[in-house]
Design a protein around this ligand. Structure first.
Ligand code: 13P
Ligand code: SF4
Length: 351
């Protein structure tokens, strides 16, 4: 494994970062997602999955500046949830998420109109994964729907089905299918909406009867894991426990020993017995960090799969953002987008 010792340039950056943090004290809160580079994760006041980070952003009463180390949709969610007078700063504003890009607010508005033409007004509850633009969260908020993350998806699906009998889940088909199966829904209940085909590529009968409509979208970091990877690991390491993130395709999730959010994967690794072997199918920076944190157990990646967007946040970018305080360029959203996206995020946090 490569050495984690910082090189000379990083040592100098770390010193300056620490000095700036002392200068801003409690006015500055540094939030980081579990997929951040190790040196960035090590700097965080709070490290978490996307649900925990949304809660921390909402509860950050003392901070004037929230420096969000993650991808854009996470920093935007913090911007929606922040208090008046706070600013959210994203050190790498160009780091998007290809999964989030699968669903634009315009294409979802069209899909909802087509679904409502068949099922009637409010005949389907829109549910949007945290991995989505603020504009799409706002549309979902206006239509009475909610945001969910991988850790709250089962609760959110239950709520949506109880409220309207059917839901449209955006934009990750795999998390949607894995969640529906976990709730006992099967093939006949679940349909895939393809935004590139007229009517989602579904016959009217399917549109009218499906209980869970899944938007056709995926995360390439997680579709990289295959059932062949699982079979290879089982053959090579027969005693290993294999866990994956639920953005992995259903056949992979069915072949392994458990699936859950990044916080779940961290909890399971920490709870594993010393001497045991754990193989984890998620972004490789998290797996490597767990392996370093827990050297008395063997923790390996199911395959090396890196999120290049998470990786764009580096010590150099964090330092640039801190040097620019108090005038760093904040994350900005139109006020009506903040208001309506907040309704969808608050529903998630209250479920
Ligand atoms: P978590 O909510 O599990 O942290 O997942 C976020 C994510 O982007 C996974 O790809
Ligand atoms: Fe998006 Fe996938 Fe990266 Fe998560 S791992 S931020 S879903 S591209």
């Amino acid at each position: 494994m490569a050495s984690d010792a910082p090189d000379e340039a990083d040592r100098a950056r770390l010193e300056e970062i620490q000095a700036l943090r002392v200068r801003f004290g409690e006015q500055l809160l540094l939030l980081a997602h579990h997929y951040q580079r190790p040196e960035v994760a090590a700097l965080s006041d709070r490290l978490g999955d996307s649900y925990e980070l949304a809660r921390h952003a909402r509860e950050a009463a003392r901070a004037r500046f929230i420096l969000f180390c993650g991808v854009r949709f996470m920093a935007e969610a913090a911007e929606v949830l922040r208090r008046d007078g706070q600013v959210v700063i994203h050190p790498a504003p160009e780091s998007g998420c290809p999964l989030a890009d699968y669903a634009s607010a315009g294409s979802v508005a069209e899909a909802l109109a087509a679904l409502e033409a068949v099922r009637g007004r409010d005949g389907v509850m829109p549910l949007v994964y945290m991995n989505s633009s603020a504009e799409l969260k706002a549309l979902v908020g206006r239509r009475g729907g909610a945001v969910c993350t991988s850790s709250t998806a089962p609760r959110a699906f239950g709520w949506a089905l109880a409220a309207r009998g059917a839901l449209l889940f955006l934009p990750d088909e795999h998390l949607g299918r894995n969640t529906a199966r976990g709730l006992g829904l099967t093939g006949a209940d679940v349909a895939l909406w393809d935004p590139d085909s007229p009517g989602g590529g579904l016959a009217e009968e399917r549109l009218a009867r499906a209980r869970v409509l899944l938007w056709k979208g995926h995360c390439h970091v997680h579709t990289a894991f295959t059932v062949e990877d699982v079979a290879y690991t089982r053959a090579r390491l027969p005693g290993a426990r294999i866990l994956v993130h639920p953005e992995c395709p259903e056949p992979v999730v069915l072949a392994v020993d458990g699936a859950g959010s990044t916080a779940f994967l961290v909890r399971e690794a920490r709870a594993a017995a010393p001497g045991s072997t754990l193989v984890i199918g998620t972004e490789v920076n998290l797996v490597s960090r767990l392996a370093r944190e827990l050297p008395d157990r063997t923790i390996l990646p199911l395959r090396r799969s890196l999120c290049g967007n998470m990786f764009k946040v580096s010590l150099a970018r964090v330092l640039d953002a801190l040097r620019a305080l108090p005038d760093a360029e904040p994350v900005r959203l139109p006020e009506e987008v903040r208001r309506d996206a907040r309704a969808a995020l608050d529903r998630m946090l209250e479920l």
